[in-house]
Design a protein around this ligand. Sequence first.
Ligand SMILES: [Zn+2]
Length: 263
Amino acid sequence: PNVTLLRHGCIGTAPHVPSIAFTLRTLSVYRETHRPCPRFSAEAEIRALCYLNRIPYQAALANHFRITYDAYLSIRHEIQSRINNALGRSTPNWRALNSCPACEYRLENEPKLPFSKLVALDGNNSLRRIDPTAISDRTPLLDGRGPLTDYWIDSMTVDRFKDEVKKAKKPPEDAAAGADSHSICVERWRNAGPEERKRMWAMFAETGIFLGACRHGFVLFICDMIQSGELAKYPLALTSQLIDLFGSDIAIGYDIGCAFSST
Ligand SMILES: [Zn+2]
């Protein structure tokens, strides 16, 4: 039935005997709205749709919508993967290596610049996601999905760098000698302070994202910040990927570079 429904521009809420379906137009509008405003939930969308259609809101409808929206996103992803395959864009790190023509399109006999690429790194807390189990008795929802694109660095890769900070810590006398250079940053910037001070409220499962972009604004790598503030493992993971891919003659800008350089 879903094949027939899809031919008519709808996706059913169940694979075999769907009793409810959402139009592709509704799902597409929700996707475009949700991208600039991630807090716009499926529940809010269904409340609005129920109001527009003059029917009473039911919580089950929001669940149906979430299931259908997941199916819609996986169909879109499959289509995009097939297009990428056909265009030869499915090689590892294709996006990071090819997204910016200004950085990556090199001319013959082009003079070598002091740095082959300028990259900026920073974290942001706008995409915080509340952990439902921290604020209620709900059973945790396990999400076994991993990143679908290779510019997302998964949490296991990031966690490989979590012990690097401890390893790189200087003995106390060295730390005291070098304290002047970034003591002002440590005072003024929470992210430049000690790792223990970067704890986030326990209610957030994800506390934001950390990303690296070239100087023309193209995102090269991105990772989730999970149950923590802006720990050093995030910039370390991104820096490692950037150096592996572009070599060590890149310049990286980071707002707490003074504190990060000692890591
Ligand atoms: Zn660029």
